[in-house]
Ligand binder design. Sequence first.
Ligand SMILES: *Cc1c(COP(=O)(O)O)cnc(C)c1O
Length: 298
Amino acid sequence: MAILHEHPIRIQEISGNWYQHRVAQVAVLRLDLLHPIISGNKWYKLHYNLEAAKAKGCTTLLTFGGGYSNHLAATACVARLSGLRTVAVVRGNYKVLTPCLQACSEDGMQLHPVTREAFDARAATDWCNVLNLKPDDTYIVPMGGDNELGRAGAGLIARFCPPTFTHIAVSVGSGTTYAGLRLQLPAHQYVLGFAPMKQGSYLNAALEPILEGHTNRRIIDDYHLGGFGKAGDDLIHFMNTLYLDEQLPTDRVYTAKMMYGIRDMLQKGTFSPTDRILCIHTGGLQGNLSISHKLVYT
Ligand SMILES: *Cc1c(COP(=O)(O)O)cnc(C)c1O
């Protein structure tokens, strides 16, 4: 399913004055350059799920997400480019569509807003019945592409991580990308997950059944900066400075907090001077739409 080309992906060096003498190298894997909407990790988590949908002969994708979901935006766009129909169960009743949901709708995604309670109980609901979809024709992608095929697809990102890097940093939502990378990367590379929500380190225990026996990994939640989706002036200032100094655009929900965390850990001397850190830019820049007036980039 060659609807996207990987050639725009590259590794960008971060300039030495950012971390002078503290580590040997900091670089960013620019997965965001893959596509403006089907960006970063979302494409990889969908990759094998799309193949499975095709193999089963399904023409409809059914998925789940919130009003600012990069997963919904990516799925809607992928489906349009692949000639598939998409239906999404959306968490929360929006009177006015968010920019993200508006874009999903323009990509042909059928949106079914439900209450938070109904959304949280989604696993117990027969959605094909509720939404009048043919089960044989409907392929269900879980929220965030969080399934075994999603992890396998995220594992493909390991091909872009040279073995010379000692640490691979990645932002974490469901933990699918983090887990996929840990399963696929060589054991000597440390996988460091940054949770952008309060108490996100619960994922360490939650992922244990999947990652048992795979060491050199940890998810930290020290850099949620107020909680999921919260972006105060300090973070916005950091994002603008990072862009002006390094020409690196980050998204407010995930990648900005990872980079903020990396810088803080560097300043505190958490790493050793021989370490080489590769930060994965998982994309998500479409999520900046709602704060674009505060940013020096789009
Ligand atoms: C969805 C998303 C993540 C989290 O990915 P998971 O696989 O759910 O952990 C990280 N960064 C960005 C930009 C995302 O859109």
